[in-house]
Design a protein around this ligand. Structure first.
Ligand SMILES: [Zn+2]
Length: 232
């Protein structure tokens, strides 16, 4: 009898290992028949192993304590792994979102020489953007990711580049000295689209930066940029 029990116990250890991955081993043990499976014998208070084969539910619960603990640890490890890979995925997605939507300054070291709504004999209407004075040749970056939808000379704007962003907002870059992009090209935030110049209707080198929501009438770029994390 004890030899049989020993074999059963060994078999149970194998089954226990196999079932280690399931969340509720006792359930699986039950469904596979108690007669064939005996869990590892628990130690009594005195350190003696009790070997009991029984169909009783209490006995089964006691026998499966070790397997349940094992399964719980493995389930926790799997849950942690799954949570980590989920977090990684969210971080990647967040980074991609920021690449698409986060805006940056076109360049630093500028001086604002005209703001939106200013009037001057230079402009036929009120000023439609913000002027950032900087030396000719200053590398000018797109404020955000988008697609180049206009490249060319445009009257008072001089050499102009238009970037259309994912939400339909257009940013216009006027008076450029040189243009570094072509129509249809995709750009990321900060990517060079040209250099500061004094082409078009100007009195000195500067970037005329204009923001047009959905390609409609221009709005003050300052609050739009601020909403996207950029302080002009
Ligand atoms: Zn201007």
């Amino acid at each position: 009898m004890s030899a049989t029990l020993g074999a059963l116990a060994t078999g149970a250890a194998v089954v226990g290992a196999t079932l280690g991955g399931v969340s509720s081993p006792s359930q699986d043990l039950t469904s596979q028949g108690v007669d064939a499976i005996v869990g590892p014998a628990p130690l009594t208070a005195g350190g003696q192993r009790r070997r009991v084969v029984s169909r009783s539910t209490d006995r089964l619960a006691a026998e499966s304590v070790v397997g349940t603990e094992d399964g719980r640890l493995q389930a926790a490890a799997r849950a942690r792994e799954s949570a980590l890979s989920r977090i990684e995925e969210l971080v990647d997605r967040r980074a991609a979102y920021l690449r698409r939507h986060h805006w940056v300054l076109p360049f630093t070291g500028y001086r604002i020489t005209a703001t939106f709504g200013d009037t001057s004999s230079l402009w036929s209407t009120v000023h439609t953007g913000v002027d950032l004075a900087a030396p000719t040749g200053t590398v000018t970056g797109a404020v955000g990711a988008g697609v180049i939808t206009y490249v060319g000379y445009d009257g008072a704007y001089g050499n102009k580049v238009v970037v259309t962003h994912a939400d339909g907002t257009e940013t216009w870059y006027g008076h450029l000295d040189t243009i570094a992009v072509g129509p249809g090209q995709e750009v990321v935030a900060g990517q060079q689209i040209g250099t500061v110049g004094a082409t078009g209707n100007v009195t000195g080198p500067h970037l005329h930066l204009e923001v047009r929501p959905y390609g409609q009438d221009p709005v003050d770029p300052v609050p739009v940029l601020r909403e996207r994390g950029v302080q002009l």
